[in-house]
Design a protein around this ligand. Sequence first.
Ligand code: ZN
Length: 75
Amino acid sequence: MLKLPNCKEVALALLQARDNGGHPLPWRQRLHLRICRACAAFGRQVRLLDRAGAAWRHYSETDTPDPGASAPKQK
Ligand SMILES: [Zn+2]
């Protein structure tokens, strides 16, 4: 009998994959995502939050110039 990870393990794997820079999930987790609506929805939310977070980081970085990251603009 095939043993699939439970929802908790899949959610954890999704978050870890995101932290690793979008590494692909192991096939067991991917299979679970195909048959479990809750985890599929969670995966979409993680990606959405990831994009929103990246956009927010970009916004906050451009809003407050980071000393040392780039030379200040001169007019
Ligand atoms: Zn699940």
